[in-house]
Design a protein. Structure first.
Length: 445
């Protein structure tokens, strides 16, 4: 059978594209080597958040006295947390499969390999079968980057994020190599469950891609809470569960290495003339590659490695294939991001430093989250921060950066303002319900 679209990879980009194209009446074949849902659903976003929520409940129970609540002999069952995580993932995977269950969508489990390509036909092999399609969408995602550190390979004391999520028992102590988003979320998980945590980051700060003021609030809190954070520190070697960094020897039960991810190009050897940049596939505004009938979405493009970006890219790419008018583009300047630490960090748009690099004259506004009545009621002992970057010439909102629970739940309002180019006067006309923490976006105006 000849398909309109063949998709390799069943993560957020792949299953979104398959659903959108098949619902439009186009025959689609979707290849997934492992489980539908990709890294995000199976060994990333969802299982991490499930465990983090369990840890947060335990942490809140043991710190409830500040709200006038006394809880005695509070314990947690890590095996039960893991079981719940697995149930959550299975339900969501089943939901995605149900969404793809229609006469125009074929789901194939197995490793897909591109055999040949012309401008009119792409041939793919999987499980000994041959599939043909007019268009190809590459959604092969990314893999954990393993740095060239002596002693890291084949070391049972060294984990990657997947190992950590699948562990049946908690480590007695842990060193996390990499202070990025994944590293800091795991630091939060282990710390709130009472595990001694050390974070090692080679750069001058943890979470280096975020606004420095916001990051400082988190770093200061975590250091006071007992998390050891070593910045400007490079790991030189690992020997069993002993690590040497900047000449200093550190020991922990487990060493979690989380220093980034790289585009996965497995199975694409036949696409020798596809344009790459730093190991990732180059795409245009509509997610089209340098090859006429080949598209790429998600982590494999090396743009912003977030599930919601992958899904949006897929929507744009399928819209381009179906010639839906008007053609839509992705507003990369308005992509919200969240770090699920405690407190949460949420941001959208450019930072103050990025504005300076772009030579944009800005007005920067700052406000503690305590200007929100609900934040005060629900976040005893926390101050938080909301920071807004405004274009000094036209007064448009360029960026919003926040730390404080639950900023992840309303950063989309800031994203909308950045996406639509709202001026502060226009954004001020938006009515936020009271009392909500989201009112901080109105207060800062």
């Amino acid at each position: 059978m000849k398909y309109f679209l063949a998709i390799i990879g069943g993560g957020p980009a792949g299953y979104t594209a398959a659903e959108k194209a098949s619902k439009a009446g186009k025959d689609v074949v979707l290849f997934e080597q492992n489980a539908v849902g990709g890294t995000c659903l199976n060994v990333g976003c969802i299982p991490t958040k499930s465990l983090l929520y369990g840890a947060k409940q335990y942490y809140n129970a043991t710190h409830a006295q500040k709200y006038g609540v006394t809880a005695e002999n509070v314990t947690f069952d890590f095996a039960a947390m893991q079981k719940r995580k697995t149930i959550v993932v299975r339900k969501l995977v089943a939901g995605i499969k149900q969404r793809l269950n229609n006469e125009h969508c074929t789901l194939v489990t197995g490793f897909a390999n591109v055999e040949s390509r012309t401008d009119k036909l792409v041939t793919i092999s999987c499980n000994g079968e041959i599939y043909e399609a007019e268009n190809l969408m590459i959604c092969t995602g990314s893999t954990n980057f393993v740095p060239p550190i002596p002693g890291i390979k084949d070391n049972p004391a060294v984990w990657d994020s997947t190992d950590a999520l699948n562990a049946t028992e908690l480590p007695k102590s842990i060193i996390i190599v990499g202070g990025g988003v994944i590293g800091m979320e795991f630091a939060t998980l282990y710390h709130e469950l009472g595990i001694p945590v050390t974070v090692i980051e080679a750069l001058p700060t943890i979470l280096p891609n975020l606004d420095p003021e916001v990051v400082t609030v988190l770093a200061d809190k975590y250091k006071k809470a007992g998390i050891t954070i070593l910045t400007e520190t490079r790991v030189e070697s690992i020997n069993g569960n002993e690590l040497t960094a900047n000449g200093q020897k550190l020991t922990a039960d487990k060493i979690l290495v989380s220093v980034g991810r790289r585009a996965n190009l497995n199975g694409l050897d036949a696409l020798k003339d596809i344009e790459l940049n730093k190991g990732a596939i180059v795409i245009d505004d509509f997610c089209k590659t340098s090859l006429p009938n080949v598209y790429a979405c998600g982590d494999v493009t090396g743009k912003i490695m977030l599930a919601h970006v992958a899904a949006r890219q897929a929507e744009v790419a399928v819209g381009r294939m179906l010639k839906i008018i008007p053609l839509q583009r992705i507003a990369y300047n308005a992509i919200p991001s969240v770090v699920y630490t405690n407190p949460e960090i949420a941001s959208v748009g450019i930072t103050e430093a990025q504005a300076a690099e772009l030579q944009i004259e800005t007005e920067v506004r700052r406000l503690p989250m305590t200007f929100s009545g609900r934040f005060m009621a629900e976040n005893e002992g926390e101050t938080g921060l909301c920071k807004m970057i405004i274009d000094a010439k036209n007064h448009s909102v360029l960026g919003v950066h926040m730390i404080g629970n639950p900023c992840s739940e309303f950063v989309s309002a800031a994203s909308f303002a950045v996406r639509m180019g709202y001026t502060t006067a226009e954004f001020e006309q938006v009515v936020f319900p009271h009392p909500t923490v989201s009112e901080i976006l109105h207060e800062i105006l």
